[in-house]
Write a protein that binds this ligand. Structure first.
Ligand SMILES: [Zn+2]
Length: 324
């Protein structure tokens, strides 16, 4: 589906086969001399076909189009090297841009997950890495990026798009904010109905604390319309932010309750007892990828509680958490 969702702003629905996210919203801002494509889809045939068809229908040529990548995940960044034309720019935060090119090197990419071997996964970690969609559908070639920083403005036609750094879902994720029209391209930072995955694999990174701070940062902006990367556009930005913060507070309570039942639990064990909104009745039936993200999400909540001194940790062969 291709539709004009706001004056000179188009949404291309790019299918994400086998992903519970269903599709990616790639946005095209038509600016005359210069256009901007926000995010691309996985590097797979279905995505490529939908994106090409969408661009053709809108009537924009990639010869006049720069690309903005909200964050490193391959459902957003996977087709950059196939679509970018010589002389055009690809904007992204430095942190995520480096990771996008790193994704093309399996062994170096795996180093990003140092610490994951201590989360209590029962299988060898390569079982998870091999099936990881982020690795399977990344770019065909390395990408030359133009790094953007928090506060920087990208001008496209009548729109002044301000880069807003919102770490949490990834460390380098950025939203684009248009102050005059009160528009927010929220990437995966704020989605309607679905809660973005917040995962960590070691104690060093407190992504949940970052995420909650980044939600509060966006709450200070005046936003009338949110253009998220998945599912529907919506207008109740501040209410959605409150819902997301509440959701994580409920999750923190749930994790504490799981640790009341038994001490010394690994993040994997904790994840297996949390409630997940997915179509499998049994934790053991969940595909590897789902158990991988669920465990990362459990770890993010455990690290948040640990930094607040609300849970304790015994750091043996595995991370094992208990209530104080
Ligand atoms: Zn993402």
């Amino acid at each position: 589906m291709v539709e004009e969702v706001y004056k000179n702003i188009w949404r291309i629905e790019v299918p994400l086969p086998k992903s519970p996210l269903k599709f990616l919203n790639a946005y095209v801002i038509v600016g005359g001399k210069k256009n901007l494509l926000i995010d691309t889809g996985f590097n797979r045939q279905e995505c490529k076909a939908a994106l090409s068809k969408g661009l053709e229908k809108i009537g924009v040529s990639m010869d006049r189009t720069d690309i903005f990548i909200t964050h490193l995940h391959s459902d957003h960044s996977g087709l950059v090297s196939d679509f970018i034309k010589k002389g055009r720019k690809v904007y992204c935060s430095k942190k995520d841009a480096l990771d996008i090119n790193l994704l093309r090197d399996f062994n170096r990419w795996k180093n990003n997950f140092t610490g994951a071997e201590k989360l209590g996964f029962p299988e060898d970690l390569d079982e998870y890495f091999d099936r990881h969609p982020g690795f399977k559908f990344n770019n065909t070639h390395d990408v030359e990026f133009s790094y953007v920083e928090d506060g920087e403005i990208i001008q496209i036609g009548e729109y002044s798009l301000q880069c807003v750094s919102t770490p949490g879902h990834t460390q380098g994720i950025m939203c684009l904010y248009e102050k005059n029209h009160r528009l927010l391209f929220s990437g995966d930072h704020i989605l309607e109905r679905i809660t973005p995955n917040i995962s960590v694999w070691s104690l060093e990174n407190d992504a949940l604390a970052d995420y909650i701070n980044s939600l509060r940062k966006i709450k200070k902006l005046n936003v009338d319309k949110v253009f998220p990367s998945h599912r529907n556009l919506f207008d109740y930005c501040h209410q959605r932010i409150d819902e997301l913060i509440d959701h994580h507070h409920e999750r923190l309570i749930e994790v504490k309750e799981i640790l009341v039942r038994k001490s010394l639990q690994s993040p994997y064990e904790v994840a297996s007892q949390m409630k997940w909104d997915i179509k499998f009745s049994n934790w053991d039936d969940l595909p590897h990828v789902q158990r991988w993200f669920a465990t990362g999400e459990a770890m993010a909540h455990l690290v948040y509680l640990y930094n607040l001194r609300k849970v304790s940790l015994s750091d043996n062969k595995y991370y094992e958490f208990s209530n104080f």
